[in-house]
Design a protein around this ligand. Structure first.
Ligand SMILES: Cc1cc2nc3c(=O)[nH]c(=O)nc-3n(C[C@H](O)[C@H](O)[C@H](O)COP(=O)(O)OP(=O)(O)OC[C@H]3O[C@@H](n4cnc5c(N)ncnc54)[C@H](O)[C@@H]3O)c2cc1C
Length: 410
């Protein structure tokens, strides 16, 4: 492939910014353009549901490891949405009438929060994906509400529940599933921890006074200008001052419709993140066959994954036709809820065999191993970092169950 003159990165967040940094670190000296729909420079999302929501301190959102993008010679177009891609002419459309030519393209547009359909739009009902979402939610929580209803017992919903309880608010969490984190809408098998572990995580919230209502959905949000009540599908009605909807995300691929790229729960790419010649994909929006898991197609919504895949995508782009190892990580994720650090290595399914390998659910400090076909596929830890780190290495080499049990015990 000819030397790249201009590389355009679409999506100015974790994966896109790390791709831009990676390109410079790998010696790319051409024109580097970063396009982002949000008006903000790249920031860190995990604190949005945790310490930032608790404190409003925006310094928590800095991405210090990244350095200043302008020092990297990156031309930033922030508050600008990419609206189309013409692969033949090698052009990205910006807004209504601008175009940006490229030789190499990084797609890193992440995901957008899913919203509940058919329940109307009332003030006081929030989603949480962006800084603007978190500012709006924080402002509402600062207005002396008492009762918060969280829709969706996935990781984001449970983190919001924990933060709100720590602010002294009454919190109800509702989910259509029969166990917390039993499934993640929009990411089939994404975070399916299975019912026993889901209930173990739910117990942590019940300990802290959360009213956890499972196997029920939302019929309607009711009120005047603002939400005042939530009506559940099981007939119950609850007063609510603030509602947070955390029912999963949708890959931000709408602007790529008709481009010729394969869009199927994300942008489909090969095992080296390549979606078309000179077009690579990184972060939450990418779906690719992970060789470590027998080529299973996966899309991973984790912080570390976005960092690593952004850097890899940069190397992949610069490699051109040259050989490069496939991108085949063992996913790893953390979530902070109260004083518990929940971590997950690997790729569990709700149908996996689950064995408690350390601690106990009763003390809310444990590690559990997930096995499939005689091999370890994931390790979940609650305040058990050692087992999760060990588990990651074991999953990476598809260790047999007996060996993994030995290594993880204690
Ligand atoms: C509240 C919250 C808490 C989290 N907590 C954790 C955690 O504890 N642990 C963990 O491992 N992970 C956590 N995550 C997940 C982690 O933040 C994501 O995996 C990571 O942000 C993904 O990075 P990304 O760059 O792929 O996508 P994103 O961060 O979603 O960024 C994509 C960017 O692309 C922009 N964009 C989209 N479409 C266009 C377009 N057409 N044109 C231009 N720009 C566009 C978007 O506006 C956005 O800025 C959390 C996420 C959230 C929202």
């Amino acid at each position: 492939m000819a030397a790249l003159g201009t590389v355009v990165v679409v999506g100015a967040s974790l994966a896109g910014a790390h791709a831009a940094r990676g390109l410079r670190q790998e010696g790319f000296e051409g024109r580097l353009v970063l396009v982002g729909a949000e008006p903000h420079p790249p920031y860190d999302r995990p604190p949005l549901s945790k310490r930032f929501l608790a404190s409003g301190d925006e310094s928590l959102l800095e991405l210090p490891a990244l350095g200043q993008l302008d020092e990297l010679g990156v031309e930033c177009h922030l508050g600008v949405e990419a609206t189309g891609l013409d692969l033949g002419r090698r052009v990205v459309q910006l807004g209504e009438d601008r175009e940006l030519g490229f030789d190499g393209l990084v797609l890193a547009t992440g995901c957008a929060a899913r919203r509940l359909g058919g329940v109307g739009h009332l003030a006081g009902v929030h989603v949480l994906r962006s800084l603007d979402d978190a500012r709006a939610l924080g402002a509402d929580l600062g207005g002396a509400p008492r009762r918060v209803v969280v829709v969706g017992a996935g990781f984001i919903g449970l983190e919001v529940a924990a933060t709100c309880r720590e602010r002294g608010l009454e919190v109800t969490v509702v989910d259509v599933a029969s166990a917390p984190i039993e499934h993640a809408l929009g990411a089939p098998m994404g975070h399916a921890l299975g019912a026993p572990m889901g209930h173990a995580l739910g117990a942590v919230h019940r300990d802290h006074g959360v009213d956890l209502r499972l196997a029920t959905g939302i019929e309607a949000f009711e009120g005047g200008d603002r939400v005042e009540r939530v009506r559940f599908t099981d007939g119950a009605v609850l007063d609510a001052d603030v509602v947070v909807v955390g029912i999963g995300v949708r890959p931000a691929t709408g602007w790529l419709e008709g481009s010729g790229l394969v869009l199927d729960d994300g942008v489909l790419c090969d095992e080296t993140c390549l979606a078309a010649p000179g077009v690579v994909v990184a972060g939450d929006v990418a779906r690719w066959p992970n060789a470590t898991f027998g080529g299973e197609l996966m899309r991973v919504e984790h912080w570390e994954h976005a960092v690593e895949m952004g850097g890899y995508a940069a190397r992949r782009l610069l490699a051109g036709q040259g050989a490069i190892e496939p991108f085949a990580p063992v996913p790893w994720f953390w979530s902070d809820q109260y004083d518990r650090k929940i971590q997950l290595s690997g790729r569990p399914r709700s149908t996996d065999e689950v064995t408690l390998v350390a601690g106990s659910v009763e003390e809310r400090r444990f590690a559990a191993m997930y096995e499939r076909d005689g091999r370890v596929v994931a390790v979940l830890g609650v305040n058990r970092p050692r087992q999760v780190v060990l588990g990651r290495a074991l999953v990476g080499r598809r260790a047999p169950t007996a060996e993994a049990l030995d290594a993880l015990a204690g």
